[in-house]
Structure formats: structure tokens, C-alpha cells
Write a protein that binds this ligand. Structure first.
Ligand SMILES: Cc1cc2nc3c(=O)[nH]c(=O)nc-3n(C[C@H](O)[C@H](O)[C@H](O)COP(=O)(O)OP(=O)(O)OC[C@H]3O[C@@H](n4cnc5c(N)ncnc54)[C@H](O)[C@@H]3O)c2cc1C
Length: 190
């Protein structure tokens, strides 16, 4: 994408549509940009690096562990890309699972694997709930959009709290007995 409404040469875009073709192409994406993008400085698409269609689900596995089978990442939770936290959540799962498997190998009882499952589900609920709310906001019916856009404009005028970003994360969640936990706050911040 070349600079038009955007200041960068490369940009990513996600658009919700009712009739996504199996193989979306640049012309389809440009048509969406023309329809929904900025009007004063329209974006012009020159190259497409990657394009795909996907269906939005909001789901979390009831259990992350069944005996020797353990779930992490998108296998455990799926949600819309709104908020951009899916991969980060999965990486935190993988780190927590790696640490817990290491504990089992070091002699801890394998019940710490249940703790892994119990510890990782709450942050997934948080992220999936947030993504679902953002998705609802992004796909409001036309009647609700002016109010939404007004609210977003007001919120985007609030300066970022850079001091808060520099503060160390809040107290970490208590690690489960016999295991180490990845902080829930870390998941939200990553
Ligand atoms: C449009 C879009 C934008 C996104 N943007 C962001 C973002 O900005 N930030 C963010 O954090 N996340 C983002 N995500 C989410 C992120 O891409 C996923 O959460 C992440 O890729 C999940 O990784 P994963 O390894 O758990 O699963 P996957 O990436 O799905 O990997 C699973 C792998 O297992 C393989 N596999 C499946 N079945 C088998 C089998 N039976 N045998 C062997 N291999 C198998 C698959 O081929 C695949 O390679 C986005 C997602 C989408 C769709």
C-alpha cells in the first residue's frame, strides 16, 4: 500500500464482510478501501503481500488437559483478531506449558499440569471477551456507527499514559502449588 491516507508503505487491514470470496484479490480489497477507507486522502493498493478470508469464532476449550493431551495457543482458544492478542496469548500458554513440563520432568507430580490448565484459562477468557466486545463495536449496524465513531474520536484524543507504561507490571498472580504461573497482567500487556 502506498501513502495516501496512510503514512507507511506497508499496512495490514482486516475487514468484516458478509460475502467473502474463497480467493479474495487486490481488486476486492481496493474496492473495500474505496468504500470504507478515508475519503480525503484515499489509500491506493499497489502490492498485496498476503490475503486470506477467515471466519470469526469466539471459543475456549472447556479443559486444556485430558490425560497426556495438553492444549495451548489457537487449539485452546479462538477469537477475532480484534485487539491483536491471539498469538501473544498462545506464546504465554507455550511458555507456561514449557515451564510446567520442565517441573514434571524435574520430579514434580503431574498434577501441576492441571494447574497449567487452570492458570491459563482465565487470561483466555479475558482476551476472548475483549476481542468479542471490540468485534461487536467494529461491526455495529449502520444506525449505531455515528455514535461509536464520535466516542472513538473522543477517546483517541486522550494522550497516552506513558508513565503507566513504564511502571513495572502489577503484582504477579500467585503461582499454583508446585508450579510457576505466567502473570495474567503480562498477557494483557504483551
Ligand atoms: C487476520 C489475523 C490477524 C491476526 N493478528 C494478530 C496480531 O496482531 N497479534 C496477535 O497476537 N495475534 C494475531 N492473530 C492471531 C494469531 O495469528 C494466532 O493466534 C496464532 O497464529 C496462533 O498460533 P498457533 O501456533 O496456536 O496456531 P497456528 O498458527 O494455527 O498453528 C498450528 C499449526 O499446526 C498445524 N497443524 C494443524 N493440524 C495438524 C496436524 N494434525 N498435524 C500436524 N500439524 C498440524 C497447522 O498447519 C499450523 O501450522 C491474528 C490472526 C488473524 C487470522
Amino acid at each position: 500500500m502506498r501513502p495516501g491516507g496512510l503514512d507507511h508503505d506497508a499496512a495490514g487491514a482486516v475487514a468484516a464482510v458478509a460475502d467473502a470470496p474463497r480467493d479474495p484479490d487486490a481488486a476486492r480489497l481496493q474496492a473495500l478501501l474505496d468504500e470504507r477507507g478515508p475519503t480525503r486522502r484515499p489509500d491506493r493498493l499497489t502490492d498485496v503481500l498476503w490475503i486470506s478470508r477467515f471466519r470469526v469464532h469466539h471459543r475456549i476449550a472447556d479443559h486444556y488437559r485430558h490425560g497426556r493431551a495438553l492444549l495451548a495457543g489457537d487449539a485452546a482458544h479462538g477469537h477475532s483478531p480484534a485487539g491483536g492478542q491471539g498469538m501473544n496469548l498462545g506464546i504465554c500458554d507455550a511458555v507456561a506449558l514449557g515451564v510446567t513440563l520442565g517441573d514434571v520432568l524435574a520430579g514434580h507430580p503431574d498434577t501441576v499440569l492441571d494447574d497449567y490448565a487452570a492458570t491459563r484459562r482465565p487470561p483466555a477468557e479475558e482476551v476472548v471477551g475483549f476481542a468479542a466486545r471490540l468485534t461487536r463495536l467494529a461491526t455495529l449496524p449502520p444506525a449505531g456507527r455515528p455514535l461509536r465513531d464520535l466516542a472513538l474520536r473522543a477517546v483517541s484524543g486522550v494522550p497516552p499514559d506513558r508513565a503507566a507504561a513504564r511502571r513495572p507490571p502489577a503484582a504477579r498472580d500467585d503461582p499454583p502449588a508446585g508450579g510457576r504461573a505466567v502473570s495474567r497482567s503480562a498477557v494483557v500487556r504483551w
